[in-house]
Design a protein around this ligand. Structure first.
Ligand SMILES: [Zn+2]
Ligand SMILES: [Zn+2]
Length: 252
């Protein structure tokens, strides 16, 4: 595991006494929420700035003793030491911190919303690190048992799917004759009914084959549209999250 210690990210000292928590039922996953700059993915020095900013916010505005999380994971797969192991977190909501430690992924609900493969591996590392230090096997999202969208739709589905990691050694399947565009523009509009069907499932399956983190549930929602935008950006297409003939063809 690529651990960045508090000294390495130049953490400020806790504002007071941190409560020990020698063991817990498990660990909950969080995200930053709000806007996270896509520039974060460019250089890990920006990750360090971001972690420092979260600590300043938690200690300043929130008046907490320290950064709320036990560990934080950046898009480069590095694991930043927050409160560290065997310490009570401040992240899971009132009365819920005794049961779970807390890991935060540096992802937002806008801007940087898609986890990298390195980040998913880093999250695995972080869960394992805490399990070796008092955490039970239970893996949850913040939203389990608490009213929040945290850790966001992409990571939450990934948790529910059993945290699969792309096996980088398996080649992406090549299709001799790519399937034809189904004839319906797949798109998601906030507040309107979501499109469902075989065409959606086929599209999601292809995205998953291309190692995007997406569940093939046959519903074209915000996550599908966001993933489509990432693919469109990678392929140099116009980025609108709509699957028309060009975007469809670009995936095969
Ligand atoms: Zn959370
Ligand atoms: Zn980083």
């Amino acid at each position: 595991m690529d651990l960045v210690t508090r000294a390495e990210w130049r953490a400020r000292s806790p504002r007071g006494h941190l409560s020990p928590l020698p063991s817990a039922r498990g660990t909950k996953l969080h995200y930053v929420g709000s806007f996270v700059s896509p520039d974060l993915a460019k250089s890990c020095s920006r990750c360090l700035d971001t972690v420092q900013g979260i600590q300043a916010y938690h200690q300043g505005t929130n008046r907490w003793t320290d950064i709320a999380y036990n560990l934080l994971v950046c898009p480069h797969g590095r694991v930043f030491e927050g409160r560290g192991a065997r310490i009570l977190s401040a992240a899971n909501g009132p009365g819920l911190n005794q049961g779970h430690y807390a890991i935060c992924a540096l992802l937002g609900d806008r801007g940087l919303i898609q986890p990298t493969a390195a980040m998913l591996r880093g999250i695995h590392d972080a869960f394992a690190y805490l399990r070796e230090r008092g955490a039970g096997r239970e893996v949850r999202g913040h939203r389990d048992g608490y009213s929040t969208t945290c850790p966001g739709p992409v990571l939450y589905r990934w948790l529910q799917a059993g945290m699969p990691l792309a096996d980088d050694t398996t080649p992406i399947p090549r299709t001799p004759s790519p399937p034809r565009w189904p004839g319906r523009y797949l798109q998601y509009r906030h507040g309107q009914p979501m499109q469902r069907g075989q065409d959606v499932t086929a599209w999601q399956r292809r995205l998953a084959q291309l190692r995007y983190t997406i569940a093939a549930d046959g519903i074209y929602g915000a996550t599908s549209a966001a993933t489509t935008r990432v693919l469109q950006r990678a392929k140099g297409l116009s980025v609108d999250g709509v699957v028309g003939p060009k975007t469809w063809a670009a995936a095969w």
